[in-house]
Design a protein around this ligand. Structure first.
Ligand SMILES: Nc1ncnc2c1ncn2[C@@H]1O[C@H](COP(=O)(O)OP(=O)(O)OP(=O)(O)O)[C@@H](O)[C@H]1O
Ligand SMILES: [Mg+2]
Length: 387
């Protein structure tokens, strides 16, 4: 069996790092070679383990490795050609050479860079499990939508740029000091794109990856979790579980009685709302879960007898159905609101917009020459009829 990838996300401070770290400890203990990676620029994995962790995998226990991604380091390692071009470009313009730090400020580049290692580790089959401690929800979603956003750019803009460069290059240097990207640069961008496409394939493959939502039993956290779940399904990412962390038990005494009641209500709503997902309940611990020993103990409370590597839900977010001669696309968007949804067909592509997030669907061949004629949204399922 190849590497299994588990990604934990959720609102700020809910316990993503602690649960990811405790999952990794439990896997290592059960003889799985495990790497836990932090993609949150505000790394705190080192704090959870009580040790320094660098931008390269560091052995921190038996079969246990940890890495805090440094965007600059990842760019230097994976994108040297691109960096070479950008440096040349800046220099011919009389500007200082560009550094990895500056590339990282270009839109989308830092999110993408955080993912570069994932493919390398997966394809090298280096670990039994990779556990990702990701940034708070909004940032993670950007990270996960990047490969798809790049696909659009690569299909539409990039070929034109490449063609234009070919045509213009011979005359360009006589009129401008600015360099036109060489074919090497285009190749480098192309390989970067192939790399990102592969990462998306890995992250959306239910047999390999799973995304887990971490929350606390309060209203704000619940609302954010519902939104995150919906957006993750829009992008086709497999989500299999919700972890409700920091639940107050009886031992918290009279002062917390009101809180306990409201937590119970939220937990009830969680079970009623996320019917397709497994729900894990984690109590508020009497001590901060820091260090391997406490994290291991925490994992027993988190998973009970369950194996963290299991796939707890196999729901498909998108289905293509042929019924009575009609082609129908069914998309699960559980907590979306009709007013936030927009569907349009642009040059043969199906685009679904939900709030600020947009997905361009690349349809299977039998659907590609069809247009959406009717859309219905009921009980969290969007049915699009294509003719
Ligand atoms: N079940 C728990 N019981 C007690 N303390 C907990 C529990 N889970 C997490 N904590 C503590 O709560 C704090 C926040 O947890 P953690 O850093 O894991 O959250 P996070 O979601 O990763 O936060 P951030 O969004 O800042 O990355 C930490 O001090 C952690 O030790
Ligand atoms: Mg964290």
């Amino acid at each position: 069996m190849g590497t299994r990838i588990l990604l934990y996300t959720g609102k700020g401070g809910v316990g993503k790092t602690s649960i990811a770290a405790s999952t990794a400890c439990s896997l290592a203990k059960s003889k799985k070679k495990t790497l836990v990676i932090s993609t949150d620029p505000a790394h705190s994995l080192g704090d959870a383990f009580g040790t320094d962790i660098g931008p390269r995998p560091k052995k921190i226990g038996e079969r246990l490795f940890a890495q805090e991604i440094s965007v600059n380091e990842a760019i230097n390692t994976h994108w040297s050609d691109l960096k070479g071009y950008l440096t040349g470009l800046f220099q011919t313009e009389g500007l200082d050479p560009i550094s990895a730090e500056e590339i990282a400020t270009l839109p989308g580049f830092d999110e993408a860079s955080q993912l570069l290692y994932l493919r390398q580790y997966y394809d090298e089959d280096k670990y039994d499990a990779i556990v990702i401690d990701s940034a708070p929800t909004g940032e993670s979603l950007k990270l996960l939508s990047f490969p798809e956003a790049m696909t659009w750019y690569m299909d539409k803009i990039f070929p034109m740029g490449r063609l234009a460069a070919k045509i213009v290059r011979p005359v360009w240097n006589t009129v401008s000091s600015m360099e036109i990207p060489s074919d090497e640069v285009f190749k480098s961008v192309e390989s970067l794109y192939e790399y990102l496409k592969r990462i998306r394939t890995i992250l959306t493959d239910q047999k390999i990856s799973t995304i887990r939502l971490v929350m606390n039993p309060d209203k704000m956290s619940l609302s954010e979790t519902k939104r995150a779940y919906t957006y993750l399904l829009l992008y086709g990412y497999p989500v299999d579980a919700v972890f409700v962390n920091k639940i107050y038990d009886e031992s918290t005494g009279a002062f917390f009685r009101g809180w306990r009641t409201s937590q119970e209500e939220i937990i009830k709503e969680v079970s009623e709302s996320f019917t397709d997902l497994k729900i894990f309940k984690v109590p508020l611990l009497a001590e901060e879960p820091i260090g391997v020993e406490r994290l291991e103990r925490m994992s027993e409370l988190v998973y009970g007898g369950s194996n963290p590597l299991e796939t707890f839900s196999r729901e498909k977010s998108i289905q293509f159905v042929k019924k009575d001669g009609k082609y129908i696309i069914k998309l699960k968007l559980p907590f979306a609101e009709k007013k936030d949804l927009d569907i349009y067909n642009k040059g043969g592509e199906l685009i679904i917009q939900l709030g600020n997030w947009k997905r361009v669907f690349y349809l299977p061949t039998v659907y590609s020459d069809k247009n959406p004629v009717k859309a219905e949204f009921n009980n969290g399922i969007l049915d699009i009829e294509m003719v």
